[in-house]
Design a protein around this ligand. Structure first.
Ligand code: DHB
Ligand code: FE
Length: 282
């Protein structure tokens, strides 16, 4: 595990890319915040991204909602989210590593759902664009990892952090020396419906970033109600960032990570965009 990346996955960002609006005044400052990330990625390109995201009732409709699900397929098509599939490349998986992680993590006590056929939505494809731009083929393999943050009950921050620790152990015990990054997506503060629709909480979001960097174990004890109250009903997506953070070296007793990039921007659609890149130190 070399590094972790954290990013919002707002669908309107994908629409701005697909419709050539990234240079418009509304969007330009948001995309500018990811220019250092794309430059960083040129010198830190992994073999595989373990990409933690949530399906938004796209692949899993409300009839079946796994809490934690790992994509074990060889490839994953972008889903039609209502306006046709996004014009992005299909996502190439890593079935061998995914199977190994499933074996290891399940034996460590996390009962993952295995997903051998999966269509991926904006939760996965928007962060890919933010980090890689719009290439003809994605330059890395991706293991999609879905977390239910759509219908209650959702997993606790503590469970997500511990799962990240188990994922790190799984990746480190794989018998090929792959460079793997883990990404956590979603957030930051946003509420899409009800009387509080449009809620943004800059102060809370930035404190979340501070705590995620400095003391994620303590942050992981924060109860759901705090996310919902402070960051809005969809702010609960941020528990997924704790999976990525739990997979960093210091969560297993190693050195604290280096902050390679930090960015925060409002607005993007109805959402606060947060972004971090953390590197493990040798
Ligand atoms: C929106 C949807 C999301 O899944 C998200 O993470 C942020 C914003 C939206 O519909 O605006
Ligand atoms: Fe989302």
């Amino acid at each position: 595990m070399s590094a972790s990346v954290y990013s919002s996955h707002v669908p309107a960002i994908g629409a701005a890319i697909d419709h050539g609006k990234t240079a418009e005044p509304y969007w330009a400052p948001m995309f500018a915040g990811f220019e250092p990330s794309k430059a960083w990625m040129k010198t830190h390109r992994p073999d595989v991204v373990f990409l933690v995201y949530n399906d938004h009732a796209t692949n899993f409709d409300l009839s079946v909602i796994p809490t934690f699900a790992i994509g074990t397929a060889a490839e994953f098509e972008p889903a039609d989210e209502g306006y046709g599939a996004r014009p992005v490349p299909k996502v190439i998986g890593h079935p061998e590593l995914a199977s190994h992680i499933a074996q290891s993590v399940i034996q460590q006590g996390f009962d993952l759902t295995l997903v051998n056929e999966l269509k991926v939505d904006h939760g996965l494809t928007v962060p890919m664009n933010l980090m890689f731009g719009t290439p003809a083929e994605w330059p890395v393999r991706v293991i999609p990892f879905h977390v239910n943050v759509v219908q209650y009950p959702v997993p606790s921050g503590a469970r997500c952090f511990a799962l990240g620790q188990a994922i790190r152990r799984a990746i480190e015990s794989f018998d090929q020396p792959l460079n793997v990054q883990i990404w956590g997506t979603g957030g930051m503060s946003h509420q899409l419906q009800g009387p509080r629709a449009g809620l943004i909480n800059r102060k809370w979001d930035n404190a979340f970033l501070d705590r995620l960097i400095a003391d994620p174990q303590d942050l992981s004890a924060m109860p759901h109600i705090d996310y919902v109250r402070e960051a809005g009903s969809e702010g609960i997506e941020l528990v997924m960032w704790l999976i990525a953070r739990g997979a960093m070296a210091d969560a297993g007793g190693g050195r604290s990570p280096r902050v390679a990039h930090r960015f925060y921007h409002v607005p993007a659609s109805n959402t606060a965009v947060g972004h971090l890149i953390l590197e493990n130190q040798a």
